[in-house]
Design a protein around this ligand. Structure first.
Ligand code: ADP
Length: 553
């Protein structure tokens, strides 16, 4: 812009100076011309009078000056010429001014010299005797004038050029300076040129629109980052050069890096040839999977290609922690193996006893024992199958309807079911909060199963004369049920494992008591289904307390 203004200023100044010079030259030229013409007229009057009085001798007596005097006869012959040789001069009848003087009485004309630097001005007048008196003067032509003033003109032009450069530069700078200092953050506050106000208003409008769009984009980006940060899976976005565009909190945790890695090469974080190959495959085929292990946990990477209009834009990597899934698969496999083993044992025992009886190999007096054994093993088998069915229902987690359940009612029901068992084991059952109306959100049968299994364990693993105390506490959001016995307790090393399926601290005691090793597994599952918590406090030979907290309605 500075350049443009500078050039325009310079052109304008030079044009103005050139025009002025031209005008001055023209004025000067016309002034000179007019002076000459006037003086020719004056001279004509004087010489005419002298010629009329004294004839050609008057003309001859005149001193040779600037004015050339010529006298031409009616035939065009030169009778007198103050500067030329009249004998050698050609006939002048057809000279423009002379011809005109013969016709109109007076004639004027101008002719350029050969060099064009000079100009002859002629004034001819017809005399009373018919002859024509012609005066002429040589004056400078326009070209000659320009040539004679060339140095001055050049000097003026040069000076004007320098002045124009200096002034144009200053002008351009002065115009541009406030524009350069515009505060574009608040365009409307600038008060410089009225002419650029519409432009500034437009900039202000666009600035507001851009700010609004930027804010929206930032909000969307923040939303996106917050959403991906809430994901429990790791997420990484890579551009086509494998540079990190974004990654979420889980991914950062996985690779143990921070935001400073955004924009950097992902392959520098995770240098692994197999992985790099998998990325290349994903870029080629669209999808690929990769498995990794870290801190004893197993991870699956799902890599997908991002494309737009057939153009490869980058990759998205989602990292899943599959340890739980693999463990669940493993425990399901183990459970199936355990189930078949646990079912086979009582069945084999039943079949063995039945075979002996069938073949008459049992003495008469032992028959009742064998039949009793068959019955107790069948009982155990039934309990086992019932527990397995309960567990598989809980595994599926379907078909249960949540309702308001009063734990006090469930406890009373369990006490009724277990009173005979407690009597046989010489264990006393206590429950004091008979009137509690606290309600939890759950499934009645599930709550009853939880309390039944815990109370039954309290009886089974107790000592003669021992007791099982059931307490109910109502809190702001939860109901706590404590089942505390005075039994044999659970050794520390077993405490974490007793909730596993088929886990028994003492297999033979458990079997003697009709245990299946599934009771606490059912309790754990049911409590987690009801979104509650379990606490186990135990001391060997002193007793065990299990506290269940379940959310209130
Ligand atoms: P089981 O059918 O064998 O009782 P559980 O899953 O109910 O199976 O319990 C698992 C194991 O935990 C039991 O075999 C027992 O050794 C131990 N156990 C459970 N409850 C108690 C308790 N109240 N006192 C002592 N040991 C217990």
């Amino acid at each position: 812009m500075t350049n443009k203004i500078f050039r325009a200023g310079l052109q304008l100044s030079l044009a103005a100076v050139s025009l002025s010079i031209l005008f001055i030259l023209l004025s000067l030229y016309s002034y000179l011309n007019k002076g000459q013409e006037d003086s020719l007229g004056e001279e004509m009057k004087l010489i005419e009078t002298g010629l009329a009085l004294n004839g050609i001798s008057y003309l001859e007596s005149l001193e040779k000056g600037e004015i050339r005097i010529t006298l031409v006869s009616e035939e065009g012959k030169i009778l007198f010429d103050s500067k030329g040789n009249k004998e050698t001069m050609e006939n002048h009848l057809h000279r423009e001014e002379i011809e005109s003087a013969f016709i109109k009485g007076i004639g004027k004309s101008q002719r350029m010299s050969k060099t064009l630097l000079e100009k002859n001005t002629y004034l001819a007048k017809k005399q009373k005797d018919g002859r024509v008196l012609r005066l002429s003067v040589t004056t400078i032509s326009m070209g000659g004038l320009v040539l004679s003033l060339l140095t001055e003109i050049a000097a003026v032009l040069l000076l004007s050029l320098l002045l124009a450069i200096f002034l144009s530069l200053r002008l351009a700078k002065n115009i541009v300076k406030p524009i350069n200092q515009l505060d574009l953050d608040s365009p409307n506050k600038n008060d410089i040129y009225e002419e650029i106000s519409p432009l500034l208003s437009r900039i202000e409008k666009q600035r507001k629109a851009i700010n609004r769009q930027l804010k929206e984009l930032r909000n969307k980006n923040d939303e996106f980052l917050q959403v991906i940060d809430c994901m429990k899976e790791g997420l990484i976005l890579l551009d086509k050069e494998m540079k990190i565009l974004s990654f979420n909190a889980e991914a950062k945790k996985f690779f143990d890096v921070g935001n400073e890695w955004i924009g950097k090469d992902f392959l520098n974080i995770y240098r692994n040839l197999d992985f790099i190959e998998t990325l290349e495959q994903a870029a080629l085929r669209g999808k690929a999977k990769y498995f990794a292990e870290k801190a004893e946990r197993k991870y699956q990477f799902n890599i997908s290609k991002i494309e737009s209009q057939n153009e490869f834009l980058g990759l998205v990597i989602v990292i899943f922690d599959i340890s739980e899934r693999l463990m669940a698969e493993q425990s399901r496999r183990e459970f199936s193996a355990n189930v078949s083993h646990e079912l086979r044992t009582p069945l084999q025992s039943i079949m063995g006893s039945a075979e002996l009886l069938e073949n008459g190999l049992v003495r008469k007096e032992d028959e009742a024992d064998f039949i009793g054994k068959i019955r107790s093993e069948a009982d155990r088998l039934l309990t086992l199958i019932e527990d397995i069915i309960k567990l598989s229902h809980l595994d599926e987690g379907k078909g249960f309807e949540m309702e308001a359940v009063r734990p006090a009612e469930a406890i009373k029901e369990v006490l009724g079911l277990l009173s005979q068992k407690a009597q046989n084991a010489e264990v006393k059952l206590f429950f004091e909060e008979w009137d509690s109306v606290a309600e939890i959100s759950g499934v009645k049968q599930m709550v009853t199963d939880i309390i039944y299994n815990l109370c039954e364990n309290g009886i089974k693993y107790n000592k003669k004369g021992g007791e099982v105390r059931i307490s109910l506490f109502e809190e702001e959001k939860m109901v706590r049920i404590s089942i505390k016995d005075t039994g044999i307790g659970i050794p520390l090393e077993h405490r974490d494992r007793v909730f596993e399926r088929f886990y028994c601290v003492d297999k033979s005691r458990s079997k003697r008591n009709g245990g299946t090793g599934l009771g606490l597994a059912i309790v754990k599952h049911a409590v987690s289904f009801l979104e509650g918590k379990i606490e186990l406090i135990s001391e060997v030979d002193m007793g065990t307390e299990v506290i269940i907290s379940l959310p209130k309605v």
